[in-house]
Design a protein around this ligand. Structure first.
Ligand SMILES: CC(C)(COP(=O)(O)OP(=O)(O)OC[C@H]1O[C@@H](n2cnc3c(N)ncnc32)[C@H](O)[C@@H]1OP(=O)(O)O)[C@@H](O)C(=O)NCCC(=O)NCCS
Length: 190
């Protein structure tokens, strides 16, 4: 089925799917925008949904080949960002320039085959409401970024980030948390 939809050599959706099937697959909320230069590699068997007021900026890549991609309301997927399913992105989220949300990974257990010849698998990435992912970040499979949390530029996130936290680095570590009693962000000792 995937071979019918995707060209296996390029991982690009076939032209007939883009022309005839996409209008039925893409679910767009009111005032949402997907710039014309966005590369959409959509599998009609999976969901691709973008909520009202959200935007996917120029040069972004969206691929829901092996799972759903759901983007909430008023969120922004900025220029050249990439979303590989499965991924759920909440409301008022920003995915920064050239950042990657990677719900998909390649299997590599069988050493008699190249990684390219082995299958792929997915574990959902979740980015909760109000979170902000800086530029050039990599959010790896299975990770949840908590509500209103920030990920610093260039970070590689391989573990969950709790709500109201700032995480930076590779691998990303929480450096600040919001203290609701003091009403300010406080440093977390490493
Ligand atoms: C994380 C960020 C928001 C700053 O948060 P902050 O709370 O003001 O952080 P501070 O400047 O106080 O730095 C705290 C510590 O984290 C480190 N740090 C900050 N940002 C970092 C990053 N992106 N990667 C690694 N370390 C970082 C600082 O060096 C400092 O470390 P130290 O205490 O050992 O000296 C900012 O650094 C950042 O990464 N912004 C992203 C900008 C961006 O991507 N813009 C494009 C958006 S589309």
């Amino acid at each position: 089925m995937l071979r019918l939809v995707f060209n296996p050599r390029t991982a690009r959706t076939r032209l007939w799917v883009r022309v005839f099937i996409y209008p039925f697959v893409i679910k767009k909320g009111k005032h949402s925008k997907i710039r014309s230069s966005v590369r959409l590699d959509l599998n009609p068997n999976n969901k691709f949904q973008i909520g009202s007021g959200s935007i996917i900026e120029s040069g972004a890549i969206i691929n829901n080949g092996i799972g759903d991609i759901v983007i909430g309301d008023n969120s922004m997927i900025t220029c050249r960002a990439m979303i590989l399913a499965p991924a759920i992105i909440g409301n008022n989220v920003v995915v920064g320039i050239s950042s990657q949300v990677l719900g998909l990974t390649h299997d590599f257990n069988d050493i008699s085959l190249s990684v390219k010849e082995q299958s792929v698998s997915g574990t959902q990435v979740t980015i909760k409401d109000g979170a902000w992912i800086g530029g050039n970040c990599c959010i790896l499979q299975g990770v949840t970024i908590g509500e209103h949390s920030l990920v610093g530029a260039g970070s590689v996130v391989n573990k969950d980030v709790p709500p109201y936290s700032v995480a930076v680095g590779n691998p990303a570590r929480v450096i600040k948390r919001y203290d609701f009693d003091k009403k300010e962000w406080v440093r977390v000792e490493r």
